[in-house]
Design a protein around this ligand. Structure first.
Ligand SMILES: C[S@@+](CC[C@H](N)C(=O)[O-])C[C@H]1O[C@@H](n2cnc3c(N)ncnc32)[C@H](O)[C@@H]1O
Length: 198
């Protein structure tokens, strides 16, 4: 079973149920993430792995948004969500037609080869001057604990990355302007990054 198949039996409602990790990592990192997402305006955006659309809905008022997800049934927002994979997203859209490829808390399902392919596909889909915006789980602090626990306790393969690995992969994919912002968790413990690349 592929790691993303764990959502097959979930609904939009069950996905939204809060768990301990929400309080430890998601809610603290939202303090930086939500204001950043809320100021994104006027763009044609592909959301990769929108899930129930917890963050996607922040984009809807001021942007044209389409999604692609392995589990499109999770999304109840009034947008089109194609069933598909992050590593094949460029098949869905015209080359260099998007202002942004956007993704939150999806890349933890991508192994190193798949992450490189996702970056390459995003580069093809984004127009000149456009950006890739994505979260990535860190190898430090809660990032390390979360990924290790997913494997040991639940048997789910998840992946985290260092800033150096991200920079190398993004440059290989053709991104030149790269900003990697720390997203801290409870008590400022390292957890994840917000990557903005153009
Ligand atoms: C942890 S959820 C995050 C959902 C939402 N973006 C959020 O931040 O609340 C991960 C989502 O990514 C999707 N996903 C996982 N691997 C994927 C892949 N390779 N291609 C497309 N979607 C994927 C899952 O189906 C799920 O909807």
């Amino acid at each position: 079973m592929a790691n993303y198949d764990r959502y097959k039996a979930q609904t939009a409602e069950s996905y939204e149920n809060r768990c301990l990790m929400d309080y430890l990592v998601r809610i603290p990192s939202d303090r930086k993430l939500i204001p950043f997402i809320s100021q994104i305006k006027g763009g044609k955006i592909l959301d990769v792995g929108p899930g129930s659309g917890r963050y996607t809905k922040l984009l809807l008022n001021d942007n044209e948004v389409v999604g692609i997800d392995r589990n499109p049934h999770l999304c109840r927002l009034p947008i089109k969500v194609h069933q598909g994979d992050a590593t094949q997203l460029a098949q869905l859209v015209e080359a260099h037609s998007l202002d942004m490829v956007f993704s939150t808390w999806m890349t933890e399902y991508l192994n190193p080869q798949q992450l490189s392919t996702f970056f390459q596909q995003a580069r093809i889909a984004i127009k000149q001057g456009g950006e890739l915006v994505t979260t990535i789980i860190s190898k430090k602090g809660f990032g390390f604990l979360y990924i290790t626990a997913a494997g040991l306790l639940r048997g789910v393969s998840k992946y985290n990355y260092s800033k150096r690995e991200l920079q190398d992969k993004l440059r290989e994919a053709g991104f030149k302007e790269i900003s990697i912002v720390n997203l801290s968790s409870w008590l400022g413990i390292p957890w994840a990054y917000l990557v903005i690349a153009g």
